[in-house]
Write a protein that binds this ligand. Sequence first.
Ligand SMILES: [Zn+2]
Length: 240
Amino acid sequence: MTSTLPSSLTGQLTPVSRRIRERLEIAGVPFLANDNIAEHLKEGELEQLEIEVAGKVRELLRSLVIDIDNDHNTEETAERVARMYLHEVFKGRYHEQPKIASFPNVKQLDEIYTVGPITVRSACSHHLVPILGNCWIGIKPGERVIGLSKFSRVADWVFSRPHIQEEAVMILADEIERLCEPQGLAILVKAQHYCMKWRGVKEPQTSMVNSIVRGDFRSDPSLKAEFFELVKQQESLLIN
Ligand SMILES: [Zn+2]
């Protein structure tokens, strides 16, 4: 019977994750694996969530028949994994976007530039194993500009969620457009997927490359070609 009661009536015993889920459902806010829910968390809930997740990981380890009571190596694994999920590898779900200030484009710069490679680290939504790669961002500035290092910060925040690569690139493009409203935006991501390297087909060399072009990069083929040429140059700098 208690399972049908809303958490407000079941009080303290309700898991914090259920309280948050109910709040998101009432607000009609999606909470897919690659959505950020930071603004819907109340003070102290992230800490409570860490305790709840650790408890579930402990149960997972027990279900895997690992003797966590006597194995010194896995004794505190549950707490480590909970911390890692909530504050490191999936921090882009639970933490707010790092503060990124934008400035007016006083000099009316309109030449394109690229930033990269920016290291991106994520995990596939299907197996929760790592996706590691590089990202290049091309900008044709609009009314506002942001500092170069800010692209790394926003990419890290967006990729630190369970993802599929195609959606990660789209979400990153949306965030960059929101931050600096460029006239043109191009993003290229090359990444290695550990669900192909470590398991499944076990292909160690395969990588996935995808890109997105918006605004002037989409309407002007020469600008798009220039972006890919600049990326190639940046890549050759890496090798030499
Ligand atoms: Zn996978």
